[in-house]
Design a protein around this ligand. Structure first.
Ligand code: DAK
Length: 261
């Protein structure tokens, strides 16, 4: 296990489990944690042995209870905008565009920047005690790490604005009904469920998943240009070793062993 000041990173059989580790502050996101997370993401992106990344919070109470309120309380407009931009570029967009599946295992409160972090992941699994919300308007703010964009993408504009206006939390079952999370499981089964899902993905071509992530994101961000990106990415798949292995395995009536290239 690797440990930095605010993160634990465990790598096991192709899965990297990244635990945000400030449990006394309910894993609130401060600048130091975000900077460590940015570095870890960069190294996991290049690590060929890692196929899927899981993100979770330390302790039983919170995934992440938001950006660190004590840290940004004294910011002015320019500092706020700068930090928001830096966060987008170094962490939140990096996760959204990560070329391997990223699953957020939401083990309790996911509020503000914490829910925004979970929403930048490709998949969310929540424990049954999880509570999610964007309480920024109760602090005189709006979500600043992508929440105004990703929440309506996931649950629709009306529900997203209701959550933002009310600043209220929703429980795991409501989040499941809204489509905000993919699955809800008892807390003690959360990591097991996330790992099980990760393993089910790893049977398939991670390279193809990277292209799928790129195409889906292009459609959400750039509208009809998404089709062009899909066409290009589809063509690129034909040049991969994974494609050759996948089709050959089908013809030979055996399971594929994707080289991941
Ligand atoms: N920041 C800093 N510390 C936090 C925190 C947070 N977001 N959330 C909890 N803590 C700390 C508490 O202060 C407390 O520390 P001590 O007082 O013991 O030193 C400790 O964690 C335990 O929390 P509680 O004692 O409050 O625990 P409870 O079980 O009573 O309550 C709670 C749990 C999650 C309901 C409560 O802690 C809570 O309401 N937390 C704050 C939730 C929240 O409003 N989060 C912030 C959302 S706004 C930005 C970009 C994005 C953002 C901001 C700026 N820029 C680019 C500048 C995003 C903003 C947000 O995330």
């Amino acid at each position: 296990m690797n440990q930095s000041e605010h993160l634990l990173v465990e790598k096991n059989e192709g899965i990297a489990l990244v635990t945000l580790n400030r449990p006394k502050q309910l894993n609130a996101l401060n600048k130091a944690l975000l900077s460590e997370l940015s570095e870890v993401l960069e190294s996991l992106r290049d690590a060929t042995e890692i196929k899927v990344v899981l993100l979770t919070g330390a302790g039983e109470k919170a995934f992440v209870a938001g950006a660190d309120i004590k840290e940004f309380a004294s910011f002015n407009g320019a500092q706020g905008a700068e930090l928001s931009k830096e966060g987008h570029l170094t962490v939140f967009n990096v996760i959204e565009e990560f070329p391997k599946p990223v699953i957020a295992a939401i083990n309790g409160f996911a509020l503000g920047g914490g829910l925004e972090l979970a929403m930048s992941a490709h998949i969310r699994i929540a424990s049954n005690n999880a509570r999610m919300g964007l309480p920024e308007t109760s602090l005189g703010l709006i979500p600043g790490y992508g929440g105004t964009q990703r929440l309506p993408q996931l649950i629709g504009k009306g529900r997203a604005l209701e959550m933002i206006f009310s600043a209220r939390m929703i429980d795991a079952e409501t989040a499941l009904n809204y489509g905000l999370v993919n699955q809800v499981v008892p807390q003690e089964k959360l990591l097991e469920a996330a790992q099980k899902m990760a393993r089910s993905f790893m049977k398939n071509s991670i390279v193809a998943m990277g292209y799928a992530i790129e195409s889906v994101n292009a459609g959400l961000l750039e509208g009809s240009l998404g089709y062009d990106v899909e066409v290009q990415a589809f063509g690129d798949c034909f040049e991969t070793k994974d494609f050759k292995e996948g089709t050959q395995a089908f013809v030979e009536k055996r399971k594929p062993h994707f080289p991941g290239a």
